[in-house]
Design a protein around this ligand. Structure first.
Ligand code: BTN
Length: 242
């Protein structure tokens, strides 16, 4: 497999975008011990302590139309949850669309970016940030109350190599399943791990905030939120509060 190990870099997303432009093949992986400018969704920073986490980007080149790209974030979330379960025995939950929580605190973020042109998707760059062996004091003060790590939840050091190989195993298996058979089976798996579905939530979007019951996700990965007036809203991108 095409694996790139870096000691330090600004962001594995940037490195992977570069490699994808240089025709790196499907399945190329970039891993680093430290990111100096890790990035999260909505132009946020991602705190990436040295040697304690998994900071990784995976290049996929699926032969699917661009409207089938957003589901890869959800497919990745299912793969990471399965890997965490397999390696640590912990029981993570997924918060739509892409946060993985343990005891209500975030241990993993996923950022999917697209390189596309008139011919369709050229590459998907799937970034995974997983807090593995940090202790509370390893996090920046501003995220200490909302972030957690596998070590903080399990009490044990976790083998990052084992976790990376488990994530890549499930990611390959589930992205192949999604490409071959569609989102149906994965949607059920995603919903079974979800902390969002069946609960009242507040969805903060760029222009408005909606409160209601999260009823499920569609085949397109769109969150279905029912407001008290009985209307069903499709949420494409938002911050969810519960
Ligand atoms: C989020 O929850 O906002 C997404 C965070 C994604 C972080 C990962 S770490 C590896 C990859 N490189 C980055 O700069 N970001 C992603």
């Amino acid at each position: 497999q095409n694996m790139h190990f870096l000691e330090s870099c600004p962001s594995t997303q940037i490195a992977a975008h570069q490699l994808a432009q240089e025709d790196a093949p499907d399945g190329t992986v970039v891993l680093t011990e430290e990111q100096t400018a890790g990035r999260g969704r909505m132009a946020r920073r991602w705190h990436s302590a040295a040697n304690k986490g998994i900071w990784m980007s995976v290049i996929l080149r699926p032969d699917v139309p661009p409207q089938k790209a957003p589901q890869f974030t959800l497919v990745t979330a299912v793969a990471v949850v399965r890997a965490i379960e397999q390696v640590t025995g912990l029981k993570p939950e997924i918060k739509w669309p892409n946060d993985i929580l343990l005891n209500g605190k975030k241990c993993t973020g996923i950022l999917t970016e697209l390189q596309s042109d008139a011919d369709g998707i050229q590459a998907l760059i799937i970034g995974i940030g997983l807090n593995v062996n940090q202790l509370r004091e390893d996090f920046d003060p501003e995220v200490q109350d909302i972030a957690t790590s596998l070590k903080m939840e399990s009490g044990d050091d976790v083998d990052r190599k084992q976790l990376v190989s488990s994530i890549l195993y499930f990611l390959e298996q589930y992205s192949d399943l999604y490409i071959a058979e569609g989102f149906g089976m994965l949607k059920l798996m995603w919903e079974s791990y979800s902390s969002t579905i069946g609960r009242p939530v507040r969805a903060r979007m760029a222009k408005e905030t909606l409160e209601g019951m999260a009823e499920g996700i569609t085949e397109d990965g769109v969150l279905q939120l029912r407001t008290p007036d009985g209307k069903l809203h499709g949420i494409y991108s938002a911050d969810i509060e519960m």
